[in-house]
Design a protein around this ligand. Structure first.
Ligand code: NAD
Length: 503
């Protein structure tokens, strides 16, 4: 048996229980179907075959899950931080113990290549460990004193929260939200994306087997406009952590307005990687191609616009095209695969539509620009050259292994092009001139920038975007600030004079 056949057999065995029972909701410690009994199917983008039926929740299911999260909140929020830490560390250990099952399931459900997904489960565990370690001190604030007052600030978990996640790297992304929410003392109702629901169910089962009390984490599957909408409108849900498209974010903000929902949005991106002619080109090309062609380019921080100084534009484009043409596209469980199938035929059509658009707009397809094979959602790693920043391929988030290369003249030109998009999530800058790097990073409109590097996540640092790319920051203490309310209590330090009214 080849390694691929062996891996497919293992994945089939790992997912057998989903085939037998379907992907059920998980409410108050129980696996349950929808109140309506309705289901939908999740397919694998490898060949579009059905992996399992999935519970299609509705408003009634959200109401039950929120009731469970509300009932579990008083005890979980009062559980000492050190105790929550112990439980969440056990969750991290349990994730590590089942990392292969999570990775194989994720590969089949999303089409992401195993070489990246094998690390995704481990990173999910790292998220739990990191936020678990902050739990004991999360409530602590500061004391400030004046001659007459002593003020003490502290934080309290905000209440049951909703977490709504997208289909790209769903396991890792979910833990990024769920781990700090639980560490803060919040209880959670999670609504996973309809295209990739499987690993959310694994996570809640793993967490409960590791000791997370029932009702603290609940999962309701279904469609955004049904269960997602109800979750964002529910009066007992105090905050919504959302990762997804910018236009969905604005819908959620409107839906949550009546109940004054606190929102945290991680939205789309059209991130520039800017290469000056003094840069280390070998490293710049490696980083730029890694950031667009890894994870199928279905990545919010992908470097989807390559801005290259005109003096080296042809050379850099030729080198990137060469890498793109040599990348192995194939089954996600083949250990050699770099680019697997895109998540779903609907998304594949969207990505393919940009190949026609690029030609209509006058850009050149220097690599890829076509579907690969007849089965599944396989698309060739693509490079558009001779593009300008006004084109749709430069402005819109394509969310596939598709890179648009735009030439620039000098620093001002690079800045103008880089900032001339609705988004502002990440930017990557390649130069060996320190002063230029300082000038550029002062002016670039992005929430996160990497100089002479690909995206390397360090959990204590803030993660998030400006403009249409988001509201709020994840990571470090920023996560706790979102899932907790800060309160101040003032004590008198002396018998001070109180104004006397009325005589
Ligand atoms: P999406 O916005 O279509 O869906 C995300 C989630 O929102 C899904 O669970 C969906 O069911 C739900 N949803 C849809 N309509 C809703 C509504 N009216 N009310 C409540 N929930 C609703 O996004 P997607 O296509 O699943 O994911 C891709 C997008 O996510 C891209 O734009 C990508 O850039 C973005 N993303 C951003 C980050 C980041 O950190 N900034 C990270 C990953 C992905």
């Amino acid at each position: 048996m080849s390694v691929l056949q062996d891996n497919i057999a293992k994945a089939t065995a790992y997912m057998a229980h989903f085939r037998d029972t379907g992907v059920l909701n998980h409410i108050d410690g129980q696996s349950v179907p929808a109140a309506s009994g309705q289901t939908f199917e999740t397919i694998t983008p490898t060949d579009l075959s059905v992996l399992a039926t999935v519970t299609r929740g509705g408003a009634e299911d959200i109401d039950r899950a929120v009731a469970a999260a509300k009932a579990a909140f008083p005890e979980w929020s009062r559980t000492p931080g050190a105790e929550r830490r112990k439980i969440l560390i056990k969750v991290a250990e349990a994730i590590e113990a089942r990392a292969e099952e999570i990775a194989f399931t994720e590969c089949m459900d999303t089409g992401q290549a195993l070489r990246f997904m094998s690390k995704a489960a481990i990173r999910g565990a790292a998220n739990f460990r990191y936020f678990a370690d902050q739990a004991p001190d999360a409530e602590n604030g500061e004391v400030t004193r004046t001659p007459t007052q002593m003020n003490t600030t502290s934080r309290r978990p905000i209440g049951p929260v909703g977490v709504i996640t997208p289909w790209n790297t769903p396991f890792m992304l979910s833990t990024w939200k769920i781990a700090p929410a639980l560490a803060s003392g919040c209880t959670v109702v999670h609504k996973p994306a309809e295209f990739s629901p499987m690993t959310a169910k694994l996570l809640v089962e793993i967490a409960e087997s590791a000791g997370l009390p029932k009702g603290v984490l609940n999962v309701v599957n279904g469609f955004g406009e049904e269960v997602g909408k109800r979750l964002t409108e529910h009066p007992d849900i105090k905050a919504i952590a959302f990762v997804g498209e910018s236009r969905t974010g604005s819908m959620i903000m409107a839906q949550g307005a009546a109940t004054l929902k606190r929102v945290h949005f991680e939205l789309g991106g059209k991130n520039p990687v800017i290469v000056f002619d003094d840069a280390d080109l070998d490293r710049a090309v490696d980083a730029a191609t890694f950031m667009i062609y890894s994870l199928n380019g279905e990545r919010c921080t992908s470097s989807s616009r390559l801005l290259v100084q005109d003096t080296i534009y042809d050379e850099v484009c030729a080198r990137v095209a060469d890498v793109a043409k040599r990348i192995k596209v194939g089954h996600p469980l083949d250990p050699d695969t770099v680019v697997g199938p895109l998540i779903h035929p609907e998304h594949e059509s969207k990505v393919l539509s940009y190949f026609d658009k690029a030609e209509e707009e006058g850009a050149t397809i220097a690599a890829g620009g076509e579907k690969v094979g007849d089965d599944g959602c396989y698309v060739a790693p693509t490079l558009f050259t001779k593009a300008n920043n006004d084109m749709a391929i430069s402005q819109e988030e394509i969310f596939g292994p598709v890179l648009t290369a735009i030439p620039f003249k000098d620093e001002d030109d690079a800045l103008r092009i880089a900032n001339d998009v609705d988004y502002g999530l990440a930017a990557y800058l390649w130069t060996n001139d320190l002063n230029r790097a300082m000038r550029m990073t002062d002016e670039l409109q992005a929430g996160m920038m990497w100089v002479n590097s690909e995206n390397i996540r360090h959990l204590p640092t803030p993660f998030g975007g400006v403009k249409a790319s988001g509201i709020g920051r994840d990571g470090g203490d920023w996560s706790f600030d979102f899932y907790m309310e800060t309160v101040n209590v003032s004590f008198p330090r002396a018998t001070h004079k109180i104004p006397k009214l009325g005589g």
